[in-house]
Design a binder for this molecule. Structure first.
Ligand SMILES: Nc1nc2c([nH]c(=O)n2[C@H]2C[C@H](O)[C@@H](COP(=O)(O)OP(=O)(O)OP(=O)(O)O)O2)c(=O)[nH]1
Length: 144
């Protein structure tokens, strides 16, 4: 059996303590995901921790430094299944330095409101992200 690909993503929110907006990112590639919205992030490299990979990816893709908050728990230590080969762990994060810009892999970033679910749910997310987005909205609503 080949090893699973470990992906990490960030649910960047305006405030870890009182989140009211989420930063969604629109992918440019590959063609099957281009135009779909996702959590900025990427693959964990060999010898790298998941958290270090997330900080690296957010620096490369958005030009930001973040403070990580809680993980959006999937109930499994390896994270949320994306497909047969890949799993993704997702953390809440707040920008501590920089202004998010679509430097790599995205052509648009959008801060969407978390108080109603419409603005978030009407984006065409990568389908595998939908359970994660729903869990995140539930988490925010439960905390509010
Ligand atoms: N970053 C990210 N990837 C996701 C999400 N949902 C989802 O299915 N994926 C998939 C798409 C890709 O097949 C894989 C992540 O790969 P990536 O292309 O973002 O990783 P990377 O930046 O390290 O890219 P590369 O070095 O392979 O070019 O996970 C998501 O919300 N965020």
């Amino acid at each position: 059996m080949t090893a699973m690909i470990n992906v990490v993503g960030a649910a960047v929110v305006d405030s870890l303590e009182q989140p009211s907006r989420l930063l969604a990112a629109r992918r440019t590639a590959p063609p099957k995901f281009a135009g779909m919205w996702e959590f900025p992030g990427g693959k964990v490299e060999a010898g790298e921790s998941a958290e270090a990979a997330l900080h690296r990816e957010l620096g490369e893709e958005l030009g930001i430094t973040v403070r990580l908050g809680r993980e959006v728990d999937s109930g499994s230590p390896s994270g949320w299944p994306l497909n047969e080969q890949a799993v993704m762990r997702v953390w809440f994060a707040e920008v501590s330095e920089g202004e998010p810009q679509p430097l790599e892999d995205h052509d648009e970033l959008r801060w969407v409101r978390l108080d109603g679910h419409e603005e978030v749910m009407e984006l065409p997310w990568i389908p595998a992200d939908l359970p994660i987005v729903r869990a995140l909205l539930d988490r925010v609503a439960a905390a509010g």
